[in-house]
Design a protein around this ligand. Structure first.
Ligand SMILES: Nc1ncnc2c1ncn2[C@@H]1O[C@H](COP(=O)(O)OP(=O)(O)OP(=O)(O)O)[C@@H](O)[C@H]1O
Ligand SMILES: [Mg+2]
Length: 372
C-alpha cells in the first residue's frame, strides 16, 4: 500500500503542511527539533489513531490550537481518503469524507510499521507496554481481534466490579457471575489463539534475521500467557482458563479483580533461554527489536497481501554499515519507506539516488526536491 500524500493542520509544530510522497523511498532531513519525527508521527496517527510516543492526544495538537487534522490519500488497489480530527475532547475519523464510527474498520485500512528510538521500551518497558504493542499490531491485521479485545475489556471491567461486590458482601447472583466468567473465557480464547499464531509466525523469520545481523543463533520471542496453556486449541485453552479461575476464586475475591487472562500476558525476547531484557547488551536489545519489526513486515504482508508502509525514524545514524546493509536488504524494493535523518551522509548512496528528498526547517518544507 502507498500513502500518496499527507496534509497536516495544527499538528505538533506544523500549522499547515501538504506533502506529496514518492511511492518508494522518501527521506525527510533537517536539524534536530525541526519537525522530522512529527511528520512520521502524523502518518502513524493517521493510520492508527494514536501516537507511538505520546499517551496524551492533546500533546499532538499545536500549542494554542483547538484541533489537529491529518488527511492522507491511501492507494491499495483502490484509493481511500483517510482523515482524522483530534480535538481536545474528541476524536473523529473519516473514510472518503464519511464519518466512520467503527474504529476497527478504520484502523484496519492503513498499515504502518515504525522503527524508532521508542522501540527499546518494548524490551525494557512493562508487560503493559508489550501488550499495547501486540494489540496494535494485531488490530491492524484483524478487525475481529480488535473487536474481541474491546469486548473482552468490557467484560473484564464488569467482572472486576462484580468481584469487588462479592468482596464487599453485597448480594450478587452467582449464576450471573458464572455466566459472565464464561463469556470472558470465550472471548479470551480467540485473543490467545491470535497472539500465539502471530508470535509463531514471527518466530519462523526473526531468528534468521537476528543471526544475519549479530551472527548469533537462538533468538526467539516467547509468548508468556498468564495461564498455563499446553497447546492452543480452543478446548484446551478454555479448560485451562476455567480451571485457573475456579482454583483462584478466593484469591480473586480478595484482590477484587481478575488476576488471570489476556490482560496479564507478557512476551519475552530471548537468546537461547536467557532473557535479553536481563542479559542482553544495549546493542543486542536494539537489534532484537529490529529483527522483530523486520519479521513483522513479512508477517503483515502475508496476512494482508500488501506491504505495510515503513517508517524509519533516525535509525541509520546508530548503525554500523554492515547492520545498515542488513536492514536495507529486508526492506523490499516494492515497499514505501519514509525515513528521517539529520545527516544525509549516513544514508546509503544508492538509496539516496532513488529517494525523494524533503528538507524540513521549523515545521516547513525548506526545498521540495534537491537535484541529485
Ligand atoms: N504540541 C506542540 N505544539 C507546538 N510545537 C510542538 C508540539 N509538540 C512538539 N512541538 C515541537 O516540535 C519540535 C520537535 O519536533 P520533532 O520531534 O519532529 O523534531 P525532529 O526533527 O525529529 O528532531 P530530532 O532530530 O532531534 O529527532 C520541537 O521544537 C517541539 O517544541
Ligand atoms: Mg526526531
Amino acid at each position: 500500500m502507498i500513502l500518496k500524500n499527507i496534509s497536516i493542520r495544527q499538528f505538533r509544530n506544523y500549522s499547515k503542511l501538504d506533502l506529496d510522497l514518492n511511492d518508494k523511498i522518501n527521506i525527510i532531513y533537517g536539524s534536530n527539533g525541526e519537525g522530522k519525527t512529527n511528520i512520521l508521527e502524523s502518518i502513524y496517527v493517521l493510520a492508527l489513531t494514536k501516537s507511538h510516543r505520546s499517551f496524551i492526544d492533546n500533546n499532538l495538537i499545536k500549542n494554542g490550537e483547538e484541533n489537529a487534522i491529518i488527511k492522507g490519500t491511501l492507494e491499495k488497489g483502490m484509493i481511500y481518503n483517510l482523515e482524522i480530527l483530534l480535538g481536545k475532547t474528541k476524536k473523529q475519523v473519516k473514510i472518503d469524507n464519511k464519518v466512520e464510527p467503527k474504529l476497527a474498520a478504520y484502523i484496519e485500512k492503513m498499515n504502518v510499521i515504525i522503527f524508532s528510538s521508542e522501540d527499546l521500551d518494548l524490551i525494557k518497558g512493562s508487560p503493559g507496554e508489550r501488550r499495547k504493542y501486540i494489540n496494535l499490531e494485531l488490530s491492524q491485521i484483524s478487525t475481529n481481534y480488535y473487536n474481541a479485545l474491546n469486548e473482552f475489556e468490557k467484560l473484564l471491567k464488569i467482572r472486576n466490579e462484580t468481584l469487588k461486590k462479592i468482596n464487599n458482601f453485597e448480594t450478587v447472583n452467582l449464576n450471573y457471575f458464572n455466566i459472565l466468567t464464561d463469556y470472558l473465557i470465550n472471548k479470551s480464547v480467540f485473543i490467545y489463539q491470535m497472539r500465539n499464531q502471530y508470535i509463531q509466525k514471527l518466530n519462523k523469520i526473526c531468528p534468521s534475521i537476528f543471526k544475519e545481523i549479530w551472527g548469533l543463533d537462538g533468538f526467539s520471542i516467547k509468548y508468556k500467557p498468564s495461564i498455563e496453556i499446553e497447546n492452543f486449541n480452543k478446548d484446551n485453552i478454555k479448560k485451562s482458563f476455567e480451571t485457573t479461575l475456579k482454583e483462584n476464586y478466593e484469591k480473586e475475591v480478595m484482590a477484587k479483580m481478575t488476576l488471570y487472562g489476556p490482560h496479564r500476558d507478557d512476551f519475552e525476547f530471548c537468546l537461547v533461554n536467557d532473557s535479553l531484557r536481563d542479559f542482553g547488551s544495549q546493542g543486542q536489545q536494539k537489534m532484537a527489536v529490529l529483527a522483530l519489526k523486520l519479521s513483522e513486515i513479512e508477517v503483515f504482508s502475508d496476512y494482508k497481501k500488501t506491504s505495510p508502509i515503513i517508517l524509519l525514524d533516525d535509525v541509520f545514524s546508530d548503525l554500523d554499515s554492515m547492520k545498515k546493509n542488513n536492514l536495507l536488504k529486508h526492506i523490499n524494493k516494492d515497499m514505501q519507506v519514509i525515513i528521517t535523518t539529520t545527516d544525509l551522509d549516513s544514508i546509503d548512496k544508492k538509496l539516496l539516488k532513488r529517494a525523494k528528498l524533503i528538507h524540513i526547517e521549523k515545521g516547513k518544507i525548506f526545498q521540495k526536491e534537491v537535484q541529485k
